[in-house]
Design a binder for this molecule. Structure first.
Ligand SMILES: *Cc1c(COP(=O)(O)O)cnc(C)c1O
Length: 385
């Protein structure tokens, strides 16, 4: 079995479970994206929610990314990590007043507004401060992302964004809202998208919308296509990076970019997923009547994706090279959904072996919880061990 490279000796004595980040891979991924971004003259943001570890955030900020936030806490995390305030954008269907005020006080680049009700509140709060808020409208393009139902966001029945049919009403009211300044359109159609036709559909929808808006005298200074690019959870060793080249080239080919118009992207998972692994220790090997269970010290409290999204994570026994056997891999949490995988092939598992969950850098550590009074996992970094 081909396995990832881990500094096993340095793992000795570290309290499990913990997250381990390959910082070299993170930097390589950032460089790849940055070179394509500058080739096309686009603007890149990192979606903080994928992984908000302060050290990871600092590295991404230093590499030249802006930040995409979906809460006031994330706006604060972006500021603390050194993302330039002029490149922080703020989306989310339920922005509380304090969160909007935090954005206004810091003069963030853009509020991506998800309803007319929110637009009115931002206008009011900006007026109270004698400010003008820069806004874009998050549009729901009714595009099927062909991904898991729990991470699809761009269909008409989703809570996100403003449906295209309701835009005329918003544009009618906009001129009356004196403390907001409209600059463009924002989309985000879902996550872990591997079918590029979803992005093609998005580009087509954008071009139509742009033509229609221009016909009524509305021009778009900014167009933001969100994130969603998927990664290969099955082959983390062979495909450590998604095909960024093809991704940006497809947009470049399809979108009708107007002169001077800024094109933005907000990548989350595709930046951080492959550089992170959850490292867990085997507590027991339990022989059932028909199955063998590998019982780990990590559960859905450390990595919730399998329980929440039926997600697959490649697992490796990084301690032992013995014969391949079949296990149900489970955690210690008192919930029957605390199962990482059924009939998983692993090199023979013994008590105290370390099991690595690959591709866990996105929506892993950041979604950890303290359920069952557990403590949050610690993170270690390849350049600091
Ligand atoms: C989550 C999110 C992203 C990033 O999505 P990924 O699938 O992780 O790339 C980008 N934009 C917005 C508004 C989001 O909510």
């Amino acid at each position: 079995m081909i396995k990832g490279t881990f500094p096993i000796d340095k793992f000795k004595g570290l309290k499990t479970p913990f997250y381990y980040y390959n910082i070299e891979l993170l930097r390589e991924t950032l460089e790849t994206v940055n070179s394509l971004i500058s080739k096309y003259g686009y603007h890149q943001h990192y979606a903080i929610k994928a992984n908000a570890n302060p050290y990871i955030l600092r590295i991404i900020a230093e590499s030249g990314f802006g930040a995409d936030c979906v809460s006031g806490g994330e706006v604060q995390a972006a500021l603390d990590a050194g993302f330039p305030v002029g490149r922080i954008v703020f989306a989310g269907v339920g922005k509380a007043d304090w969160e909007i005020n935090l954005g206004l006080d810091n003069d963030i680049a853009c509020f991506n507004v998800e309803s007319l009700a929110e637009l009115r509140v931002i206008n009011e709060l900006a007026a109270d401060k004698g400010k003008t808020a820069t806004i874009a409208l998050r549009v729901n393009p009714n595009v099927d992302a062909h991904t898991h139902a729990k991470i699809t966001t761009g269909l008409q029945e989703n809570k996100f964004g403003i449906n295209i049919g309701m835009l005329p009403g918003v544009f009618e009211e906009l001129p009356k809202l004196k403390n907001v300044c409209f600059t463009g359109i924002h989309f985000h159609i879902g996550s872990q998208i591997t079918d590029m036709s979803a992005f093609r559909d998005l580009c087509i929808r954008f071009n139509e919308l742009q033509d229609n808006l221009e016909a009524s005298g509305i021009t778009l200074e900014n167009a933001n296509f969100g994130g969603g690019l998927g990664i290969d959870y099955y082959h983390p060793n062979h495909i450590p990076m998604p095909d960024f080249e093809n991704y940006f080239a497809s947009f470049h080919k399809l979108i009708k970019q107007r002169p001077g118009q800024q094109i933005h992207f907000e990548l989350g998972r595709s930046i951080v997923a492959q550089c992170g692994s959850l490292i867990s220790k085997v507590l027991y090997v339990k022989e059932g009547e028909v199955k063998k269970f590998a019982i780990l010290d990590a559960g859905f409290t450390e990595l919730i994706r399998p329980a929440m999204y039926d997600a697959y994570h490649h697992m490796e026994n990084i301690t032992n090279d013995g014969t391949i056997e079949i296990y149900d891999v489970v955690g210690p949490i008192c919930e029957s959904s605390d199962v990482f995988g059924k009939d998983v092939k692993l090199n023979e598992v013994r008590r105290n072996d370390l099991i690595a969950f690959r591709s866990a850098g996105a929506y892993g550590e950041v979604m950890a919880s303290q359920y069952n009074c557990r403590s949050l996992p610690k993170a270690w970094f390849s350049d600091q061990l």
